[in-house]
Design a protein around this ligand. Structure first.
Ligand SMILES: Cc1ncc(COP(=O)(O)O)c(C=O)c1O
Length: 400
């Protein structure tokens, strides 16, 4: 008898975490590697947020809290949704989890029966399909081509919906493409969803604050209030507040769903760290001005990386609206041969070649469900990005 449960055979470890780990290992072994695989800001957590955590420890906020989060943090989350997204939620419509990841996981575990379908536009964040599979659901992948800015076309959404569709997962700005939906683009999607009242909307707004060039972020229930009673609006402090290690994510939605998610949380991890929750209150209620300062740096880096990658023979990189990723096409290098005689047959071969030949760690598009592309995170020092792009150019020029 196998030790490992059958449900685990359906899924694999996160490929983005695997790339970051491999880059760290190579570096530790003395190799000169630039890791562009990680999905986290290189900026430190702001001092006022750290101070709130230290104060929480000193105050003795070191005990269990309610499994779904403290009343104070849930109030701060409700106030955030009202202030920033024109969405009114009461505290009992809010849940706080150990990172955005746990919130999404709990929502799927709480609602999917075997065979229920979840529509996932591709390219997608790597964890969505595996979480659906773990919950015994069926991911229904809908490719979103670069011709449409990597965004979902209403007609493709309409065609993907079946009587078994339970959820659609939307993610704007997107990991891995950085693509973000304008109001009109989101409305075109919500118009389709209005006609299918059994389909619920899980919107992952994790990169809400990371948008550039005056782009205006919108969330589905804000664009179409009639969808609010079947939408889970999910967000977190990991990216905008540089708090990836603190593990706080949150969501708001109908009470019935939030209660079901709380039951799962109460029987698995219980509350997220009490200290991190205190820090997250300060993140949401405290000064927000550092976000614009970070964004100015991210925008500069985005423009730098897009410009440099477009000078690499065989690559083409579009300029995304947000997040801190670019998703260049490597169609022009497929079929070419490396200096040591290996044929590049896929984006996976290409990122392996980049790592082995010039020490740049990126993630293959195959992991995100749309090839031939690769993902680069530009949430790293500008000098390293310049160096990495020069290396990628050298590697592309060496292909025959
Ligand atoms: C699109 C998206 N959603 C959710 C998450 C998870 O965030 P957290 O670190 O808060 O669990 C990530 C993290 O990479 C992400 O990119």
């Amino acid at each position: 008898m196998s030790l490992i449960a059958e449900r685990l055979l359906r899924i694999k470890p996160s490929p983005t975490i695997a790339v970051s780990q491999k880059a760290r290992e190579l570096k530790a072994a003395g190799r000169d590697v630039i890791g562009l695989g990680a999905g986290e800001p290189d900026f430190d957590t702001p001092d006022n947020i750290k101070a709130a955590a230290i104060a929480a420890i000193q105050r003795g906020d070191t005990k269990y809290t309610n499994p779904e989060g403290t009343p104070e943090l849930k109030a701060a989350v409700a106030a955030k949704f009202r202030r920033e997204n024109d969405l009114d939620y009461t505290p009992d419509q809010v849940i706080v989890g150990t990172g955005g990841k746990q919130v999404i996981y709990n929502a799927l575990m709480a609602t999917l029966n075997a065979g229920d379908e979840v529509i996932i536009p591709a390219p997608f964040w790597v964890s969505y399909p595996d979480m659906v599979l773990l919950a015994e659901g069926e991911p229904v992948i809908v490719p979103c081509s670069q011709n449409n800015g990597f965004k979902l076309r209403p007609e493709d959404l309409e065609a993907a919906i079946t009587p078994r569709t339970r959820w659609i997962i939307l993610n704007s700005p997107s990991n891995p493409t950085g693509a973000a939906y304008t109001h009109d683009e989101m409305k075109a999607v919500t118009d389709v969803l209005l006609r299918h009242e059994n389909v619920w909307v899980l919107t992952d707004d994790m990169y809400e604050h990371l948008v550039y060039d005056d782009f205006k972020f919108v969330s589905p229930a804000q664009v179409e209030p009639a969808l609010k009673n079947r939408t889970l609006t999910m967000n977190g402090v990991s990216k905008a507040y540089c708090m990836t290690g603190w593990r706080i994510g949150y969501a708001a939605g109908p009470v019935k769903l939030i209660k079901a998610m709380t039951t799962i949380q109460s029987q698995s991890t219980s509350n997220p760290s009490s200290i991190s929750q205190a820090a997250a209150i300060e993140a949401l209620n405290g000064p927000q001005d550092f976000i614009a300062a970070h964004n100015a740096v991210f925008k500069q880096r985005r423009d730098l990386v897009v410009g440099l990658l477009n000078q690499c023979p065989g690559l083409h990189c579009a300029t995304p609206e947000g997040a801190f990723y670019v998703y260049p096409s490597c169609a022009g290098v497929i079929g070419k041969t490396t200096p040591d005689g290996k044929k590049i047959q896929s984006d996976g071969d290409f990122v392996t070649y980049l790592l082995e030949s010039v020490g740049v760690a990126a993630v293959q598009g195959e992991a995100f469900g749309l090839s031939p592309y690769f993902r680069i995170s530009y949430a790293t020092a500008t000098e390293l990005l310049e160096d990495a792009c020069a290396r990628i150019k050298r590697a592309c020029e060496a292909l025959k």
